[in-house]
Write a protein that binds this ligand. Structure first.
Ligand code: SGN
Ligand code: CA
Length: 522
């Protein structure tokens, strides 16, 4: 053999070896023993996006064509819930597959214990390239990611600052666009021989709902329909509802929330802080902002609505800004999908869309979340994965954010660890699963802003039992007869059996999930 031939031979040997290693790393065996390539996972996670504002869920107030396209290509989970309706705990649950008492992240004021097992870590160990870009909100540094770039705390809409392993960085522009551009950049530069996990996490549509430059005047000429419970008086339910501090009418600030500084109108807590985004804007951004808001603000000052009309005006201003933020999320999801389509990767990428909890868009007169009532208990969950999920699938089983980690792991061919309390959702895509849970457990622990008391509870397909345990008080709702949860039937004799059945289920779930006694949880 000539020297040249020897070199060629060694080279071919190397190439064949490399190809084999590549396939060995990228193959996992599906249940039917047909080898399939491990999917990429793109997890798009927003902050406070309620299902009432997603057209695939039947929104009456906006359209979300790109989010809907994921449902058309894949699956929509129509009964998807969180386990603790607040930001950081929901994120900790997504990462660990565990309820708050097990991952020890009960509220927004805790540092996440990044030494625990998370699904990104397990994917990374299995050869995935992992990245996290955008909102993190867990205070400690991310673990399990090859690359990360996170917003500081809650993050800002305009010209946001990021923390990176190399230090702080500020990017000029609109946060949702920036997080997407950084995600696209990482996708373009990554090691294409490995499957990836990318967690692309937006600030939007979190308070203070600052719309992006492209959507500042969207919805200006339309009236958004009001929810039927906008003027809820909280009768026929637990007294604690009346103590809430999250009413559009009483607790929304003209400047801080509604972008109208200097009216002198104070909220029920005596506050009117200025819009915090305005002073972050560059002169060009300010000019755009003023051109959009000044005429609307002028009209308000001329009309000076009072009483219920003021609540109605606030609702319109709030919901329009919230929906404008979502329009930008939806556009940016389109950018990511276009990229995956153009590279041919869409077919074998599991794209999941979700948000850390639901939100009140005027239901019960509220904004914010935290309560176990439907609008903030629900979490959007839509996934597309053309190679693995049949288009147009609709799952009605009760699912929760404890299930995300086991689902992503199973999709990657990794057995979820025992300690994870959720279950993979993949079997639900194939057929009805008779063994699937018919109850979910919920527990809200934080006692802070908005004055929502601690409570836990259980929900079935039809009923919901809530335990306001500081007062040892209970509410029971019949969701079939009373979908808006306007009447507590806990003491109604017609519901004695239901009440007993729900109390039994509540106790059983607390045992199943290994909850400590209520007295010692806190
Ligand atoms: C901020 C908001 C609150 C919100 C919490 C938690 N106030 O403090 O309205 O409930 O975040 O939200 S703000 O005016 O400063 O934005 S969470 O999504 O992070 O849990
Ligand atoms: Ca949130």
């Amino acid at each position: 053999m000539t020297h040249a031939m020897q070199v060629h031979c060694r080279f071919m040997h190397f190439v064949v070896g490399a190809i084999l290693t590549f396939f060995a790393l990228n193959l996992c065996v599906a249940e039917n023993n047909k080898p399939t390539q491990r999917p990429n996972i793109l997890f798009i996670f927003t902050d406070d996006h309620a299902v009432q504002a997603i057209s695939a869920y039947g929104s009456k107030i906006n359209m979300t064509p790109n989010i809907d396209s994921l449902a058309e290509k894949g699956v929509i989970f129509v009964n998807s819930f969180c386990a603790n309706s607040i930001c950081a705990p929901s994120r900790a649950t997504v990462l660990t597959g565990k309820l708050s008492h097990k991952n020890r992240h009960l509220n927004n004021q805790t540092d996440f214990d990044g030494s625990q097992t998370t699904f990104p870590k397990l994917l990374q160990q299995a050869g995935y390239q992992t990245a996290l870009i955008g909102k993190w909100h867990l205070r400690s540094e991310p673990t399990g990611f090859d690359h990360w770039e996170i917003l500081i705390g809650q993050g800002r809409y305009y010209n946001p600052e990021f923390i990176t392993p190399e230090g702080k960085k500020q990017y000029m522009g609109y946060c949702t666009d920036i997080v997407t551009s950084l995600s696209l950049q990482w996708l373009g530069n990554r090691d294409k021989n490995k499957p990836f996990l990318l967690m692309c996490q937006h600030k939007a549509p979190h308070r203070n709902w600052a719309p992006g430059p492209k959507h500042l005047t969207m919805y200006d000429d339309v009236e958004i329909p009001e929810p039927s419970t906008l003027f809820d008086d909280y009768s026929n339910r637990n007294e604690v509802l009346k103590n809430n501090e999250m009413e559009i009418g009483r607790h929304m600030m003209m400047g801080w929330d509604l972008k109208l500084d200097g009216t002198g109108i104070k909220d029920a807590l005596g506050r009117d802080w200025d819009n915090p985004e305005y002073n972050r804007l560059t002169p060009e951004q300010k000019a755009m902002w003023d051109a959009a808001y000044d005429p609307k603000n002028k009209k308000f000052l001329e009309d000076m609505p009072q009483g219920k009309d003021l609540v109605r005006w606030k609702y319109q201003r709030y919901v329009k800004d919230y929906l404008r933020c979502i329009a930008s999320v939806d556009d940016n999801i389109g950018r990511l999908l276009d990229y995956l389509e153009s590279t041919g990767e869409l077919e074998n990428t599991l794209v999941a869309y979700s948000s850390d909890q639901g939100f009140y868009l005027g239901e019960h007169g509220w904004y914010d979340k935290r309560w176990m009532y439907e609008e903030s208990l629900r979490m959007p969950l839509i996934m597309s994965w053309p190679a693995g999920i049949k288009a147009g699938t609709r799952v009605t089983e009760l699912v929760q954010n404890i299930d995300y980690a086991p689902t992503f792991l199973e999709a990657a061919g990794i057995e979820p660890p025992e300690e994870m309390q959720g279950d993979s959702l993949l079997p639900l895509l194939e057929q009805k699963n008779p063994d699937w849970r018919d109850t979910i457990y919920y527990h809200y622990y934080e006692q802070g802003e908005h004055n929502v008391p601690r409570h836990d509870g259980v929900r079935t397909h039809r009923y919901k039992l809530i335990h306001f345990y500081d007062d040892n008080d209970w509410d029971l709702y019949d969701l079939e007869k009373d979908p808006h949860e306007m009447r507590d039937v806990f003491k109604d004799p017609a519901y004695t059996e239901v009440r007993e059945m729900m109390m039994r289920r509540y106790r059983a779930l607390r045992k199943q999930y290994d909850l400590p006694p209520l007295e010692t949880t806190e």
